[in-house]
Design a protein around this ligand. Structure first.
Ligand SMILES: *Cc1c(COP(=O)(O)O)cnc(C)c1O
Length: 466
């Protein structure tokens, strides 16, 4: 449902209003039923309008049982209070809200330090609405740097990445007319291969994207090996290809739990990094971050200036107006947790993921693709000898208990493989994980007894479900 179309027949209906809800009309008198897809003619009392909207939203799933999303579904009440206090602040009004602007600047400085920028004072960065916007900005910087290298007339820029990239990179390539060069999956390799990436590069490659970690299975891509392969390419051919690390999730896991892993600005080839503040940054939806190693990595002409206390302040964003509350919530969380707090929270989440993966494996029917030891995320599929049901049956049946666990087919060259994926987040406790395994265990006898997919529908047996 990417775009909403106009109303159909079904949308002509009126809402039903419980007699209790009509504030102006005490019980017995009905508030006039408002239409659902047309602006009502007259206002409603606020309590009636509130109750109608509230009731309809009851049908949304319980976000804490949503094991599909990476996005934060629980914050402390204090964060909620601060966000409420800032809901009227527009991030772009740097002049009007200089303290909010200052908190954004501090967050960028903290991330530059966390990601080991060689000179944190030289690093530049900004908040965004999420990683998608951050990736668009980073991709634009790469493209502009390429065009400043005076490509041949008519040359078409390309971006090299694993086929497992998140959809925002397809968007970037489509919107900014860049050719995507995708490295397929092969065998048990479900993400980018450094040698294959280097082999796809040419003089029109604007950069290579490495993902920390992959949304398909939670694995970290080998950023350091990729940089080494590109160093070698440069020695051989003179091509100097920058790397962008899409750390939407891992950018806030690895610095706390995998400190020895060099994936960030410690690698000179890494030009820029993004993360989603609203994933493992532990903030409610609406905030991401993009950072560049130094001014050379972000062409100056892409940066706009807005009025700021009589002076001007550089900004880089797709939007103009944007909520300030999420940025404030990010700063609150940085201040509140510190390195130790983040480490404790992320370690707990990764412990839950690791234990849960083991428990799922111990059920006997499933084969783990990943174990939740990089991102606190694991993917698993049915064992080779399981023929009575597939991962799509499991996903459907888990939904009956309120658990949202997505099942999907892998991209080329592993379209033969379909998996389930569990994303563990802060707030998904060891106790909830136990309940999840109990529910899954209870389903297995029934799943094993269901009609064999080969006899049910020959097409379904291939695992190609969409
Ligand atoms: C989630 C994700 C994105 C998109 O991030 P949003 O914050 O949802 O816009 C991009 N890349 C990766 C690897 C992701 O996991």
């Amino acid at each position: 449902m990417p775009l909403h179309k106009g109303p159909d027949q079904h949308d002509q209906r009126l809402m039903s209003v419980n007699p209790f809800y009509g504030e102006a009309n005490p019980v017995g008198g009905m508030t006039e039923a408002p239409p659902t897809h047309r602006l009502p003619d007259a206002p409603l009392p606020p309590s009636t309008a509130y109750q109608l909207v509230h009731d309809e939203l009851m049908l949304d799933g319980n976000s804490r049982l949503n094991l599909a999303t990476f996005v934060t579904t629980w914050m402390e009440p204090q964060a909620g209070i601060l966000m409420g206090e800032c809901r009227d602040k527009n991030m772009i009004d740097k002049d009007e809200y200089p303290r909010t602007a200052e908190l954004e600047r501090r967050c960028v400085a903290m991330l530059a330090d966390l990601w080991n920028a060689p000179d944190p004072a030289a690093a530049v960065g900004c908040s965004t609405t999420g990683s998608s916007e951050a990736c668009m900005l980073a991709g634009m910087a790469l493209k502009r740097r390429w065009s400043k290298r005076n490509p041949k007339p008519g040359a078409r820029p390309n971006l090299v990445m694993g086929i497992n990239v998140q959809v925002c990179w397809d968007k970037f390539c489509n919107f900014w007319e860049v050719e995507p060069r995708l490295i397929p999956m092969e065998g048990d390799r479900f993400h980018l291969d450094p040698q294959a990436a280097a082999a796809l590069c040419d003089e029109n490659t604007i950069g290579v994207v490495a993902i920390l970690g992959s949304t398909f299975d939670g694995s970290y891509e080998p950023v350091a090996d990729l940089c080494a392969a590109l160093d070698e390419l440069q020695e051989r051919t003179g091509l100097d290809i920058p790397v962008h690390v899409d750390g939407a999730s891992g950018g806030m896991i690895a610095p706390f739990l995998d400190e020895d892993l060099a994936w960030d600005f410690r690698l000179p080839r890494v030009a820029s990094i993004n993360t989603s503040g609203h994933k493992y940054g532990l903030v409610y939806p609406g905030v991401g971050w993009a950072l560049w190693r130094d001014h050379d990595a972000l062409p100056e002409e892409l940066v706009f200036r807005v009025n700021y206390l009589g002076g001007d302040m550089p900004t880089f964003a797709l939007n103009f107006s944007r909520p300030g509350a999420q940025v404030v919530a990010q700063y609150y969380t940085f201040l509140r947790l510190g390195r130790e707090g983040y480490r404790a929270v992320q370690q707990t989440t990764r412990d839950v993921a690791g234990r849960l993966a083991e428990r799922v494996e111990a059920l006997g029917d499933f084969r783990l693709l990943t174990r939740g030891d990089q991102l606190p995320v694991f993917a698993f599929t049915t064992g080779h000898d399981v023929t009575a049901y597939d991962v799509f049956d499991v996903s459907r049946r888990l939904r009956e208990g309120g658990w949202l666990v997505p099942a999907y087919t892998f991209p080329p060259n592993r379209e033969d493989l379909s998996v389930l994926r569990v994303v563990c987040r802060n707030g998904f406790s060891a106790d909830l994980a136990e309940l999840f395994v109990d529910d899954l265990r209870r389903l297995l006898p029934e799943l094993r007894r269901q009609p064999h997919p080969l006899t049910k529908d020959k097409g379904a047996a291939t695992g190609f479900h969409h």
